[in-house]
Design a protein around this ligand. Structure first.
Ligand code: 5RP
Length: 236
């Protein structure tokens, strides 16, 4: 299958495949969202079908839930699972401390809840996601629709006082309409370039009225499986 893949897809696939080996029968698994996580779901589906792997999984988005069901994985609600043994998810950026930016696919709220309600979170990513400092990827922030422009203004004012290079923010669009999350919220993307103190920024953002959650995952990820276009895999 990997022969016809682009290097980036191959990198995502090999990372997902390697991480899928961490999953054992009887586990309650959190399934991430995005193209890398989709490879993981397909790999696990194959094991369910061919090897009799038995797992119960909590999906972090409606699209992951649909794919997981399609490939034969038993999808349950987080409240039914109670707690999870392992969550495997993609990321938009990760740094040397395994802190992340997530939410490029707009699923950061469920992703953060699921990852935090897991004994272990493993990120799967192509090597291009590794950064020295987080922030080149626009930081997604989920906000409620009510008064989102006021929330945006408060965030922009807050950014002035923080150690960030960029302060531009934009409402995420889906063609001509605002992007709507699975929870019915909106996403503001913060174009920061470089985040000096990610922990401080994550805490400060969640103090702004109207902010539901931000895409900085600090001290949540336990390991990163990094895929390369030539099929190599590294672990951090
Ligand atoms: C979705 C996410 C994704 O994990 C992140 O955007 C990476 O996506 P991809 O695997 O497609 O590069 O956070 O909200």
């Amino acid at each position: 299958m990997t022969a016809e893949m682009s290097p980036i897809d191959k990198a995502k696939f090999v990372a997902a495949k390697r991480a899928s080996d961490l999953v054992e029968t009887g586990m309650r698994i959190g399934l991430g969202t995005g193209s890398t996580a989709a490879w993981l779901v397909r790999c696990l589906g194959e094991r369910v079908r061919d090897q009799g792997l038995r797992i119960r999984a909590v999906a972090t988005s409606t699209r992951t839930a649909a794919l997981a069901r399609e490939v034969g994985i038993d999808v349950i609600a987080l409240d039914e699972a109670g707690w999870l043994d392992l969550t495997i998810d993609g990321a938009d950026e990760f740094d040397g401390d395994l802190n992340l930016i997530k939410g490029g696919g707009g699923a950061l709220l469920q992703e953060k809840i699921v990852a935090t309600a897991s004994d272990r979170m493993v990120v799967i990513a192509d090597a291009g996601k590794e950064v020295e400092k987080l922030g080149a990827f626009p930081l997604p922030v989920e906000v409620i629709p009510f008064g989102w422009k006021a929330t945006q203004k408060m965030i922009e004012e807050m950014l002035v006082s923080m150690d960030v290079l960029g302060r531009k923010t934009s409402l995420r669009m889906d063609q001509d309409a605002p992007f709507v999350t699975d929870e019915g919220n909106r996403i503001l993307d913060l174009h920061l370039n470089r985040i000096g103190n990610a922990r401080q920024l994550a805490l400060a953002l969640n103090q702004v009225p109207g902010v539901v959650e931000n895409g900085l995952f600090i001290d949540i990820c336990d390991a990163v499986v990094i895929g390369h276009g030539d099929g190599r895999v590294d672990l951090r």
